[in-house]
Design a protein around this ligand. Structure first.
Ligand code: SF4
Length: 377
């Protein structure tokens, strides 16, 4: 158990001071770091010998950003811009912003003037992602990004290096899928906050080092007895759920997260990159066409709902927590469909709206308390 606690403490240290961790990595290795939102090709950054750093905003009061973004933009963008404008991302040598929603599309141009010291790198993923034309289009986008990353890093991205990076990231994805399965047996140890810290740390750590640490945690957990859990179990869906206050409310109410469908968590490692072509860049581009279950990806069948229902059945969860990021259009469009499908499947669910700018969680507390007391659970 002491080893498990020591490993968990390392992840907590990273998420408590992510900027410091990235700066230490840069100082120690001499490598550069590139930021990205959501589903950027991290493998390309890695193959160029740089550290991919996931940007998800943070707890900072937006003020200067008001000159660049309207106040009805989501907290992720408001706070990420604010942090960029305050110089907190100056350790990054570039920022990949994919045009995945209207807010990202519009704000990507604003980044150039609001945070000029961190080079903006454009990524326009195709909406019709499952057609060959879509794959070809994304391949051309990745070729542009590859050239930019080669210029910034001063390193040529060879096919060998990219194949190696794809392997590194596939191993990371497989390890994370195992972690989420093993973790659900230990809700007394892997609390919602710890689960979030473990998964979120991947955004700031070297993937080889990170994956080895998660593997150590998995092996440590497996040596411990599995205890009965007398609290509730939920599957969480949404963009992210990393508000310390909200995670604490779940813990106070004995609610365990047994699976998630969060963009910041499982959506990042749900499937692997298939090596079907001799061209690794094409394999990377094709991955985009195989991803499923995300509000940011065009999916007329809304497979996300089926995937969540499947997760509930597999984990024996008591219900689903829809963690809505305030002002997030893609998630707001999905919610009515999601609600209808879960109601039809008789799966209890609770809707919590989160906003990075304010930590007003009393409404969340009341809803979670009511949710756990529902007779159906
Ligand atoms: S997908 Fe939603 S949360 Fe993410 S940047 Fe767009 S509006 Fe914000």
């Amino acid at each position: 158990m002491s080893n498990v606690n020591e490993v968990i403490a390392q992840f907590q240290e990273v998420v408590n001071q992510p900027g410091d961790h990235v700066k230490k990595y840069i100082a120690k290795t001499g490598n550069k770091a590139i930021g990205y939102f959501y589903y950027a090709p991290q493998e390309l950054i890695h193959a160029a010998g740089m550290l991919p750093v996931g940007i998800w905003g943070g707890n900072i009061e937006p003020s200067s950003v008001r000159s660049y973004l309207p106040s009805f933009y989501c907290g992720i963008l408001q706070t990420a811009f604010e942090m960029g404008m305050k110089g907190l991302y100056d350790c990054l040598d570039g920022m990949i912003i994919p045009n995945l929603c209207d807010s990202l599309r519009a704000s990507s141009q604003n980044w150039k003037v609001a945070v000029p010291q961190v080079e903006f790198i454009s990524l326009v993923p195709p909406v019709n992602r499952k057609t060959e034309a879509g794959v070809k289009f994304l391949l051309s986008e990745y070729e542009n990004i590859k050239n930019t990353l080669e210029r910034i890093s001063g390193n040529k991205i060879t096919d060998q290096a990219l194949n190696n990076s794809i392997k590194v990231f596939n191993t990371y994805r497989q390890t994370m899928r195992e972690f989420t399965k093993v973790a659900r047996n230990y809700p007394d140890i892997i609390t919602p906050s710890i689960r979030n810290a473990v998964i979120k740390s991947a955004s700031f750590m070297d993937k080889v080092q990170y994956t080895a640490l998660v593997e150590e945690l998995i092996q440590g957990l497996k040596t411990l007895p599995v205890k009965d859990w007398d609290g509730k179990k939920v599957v969480v869906t949404g963009i992210k759920m990393d508000s310390p206050a909200l995670l604490k409310i779940l813990e106070e109410n004995n609610v365990a997260v047994v699976a998630d469908d969060l963009a910041q968590e499982s959506r990042l490692f749900r499937s692997d990159i298939l090596q079907t072509s001799a061209n690794p860049l094409e394999n990377l581009a094709r991955y985009w066409s195989t991803m499923e279950g995300c509000s940011l990806l065009f999916d007329p069948e809304k497979k996300r709902c089926d995937m969540i229902i499947e997760d509930v059945k597999e984990t024996g969860a008591d219900g689903v927590l829809f963690c809505m990021t305030k002002f997030c259009d893609p998630e707001e469009f999905d919610y009515p469909i999601f609600k209808k499908r879960l109601d039809a499947a008789n799966i209890p669910h609770v809707f919590i709206e989160t906003d990075l700018e304010t930590e007003t969680d009393e409404q969340a507390r009341t809803r979670i308390q009511a949710f756990t007391e529902m007779a159906a659970l």
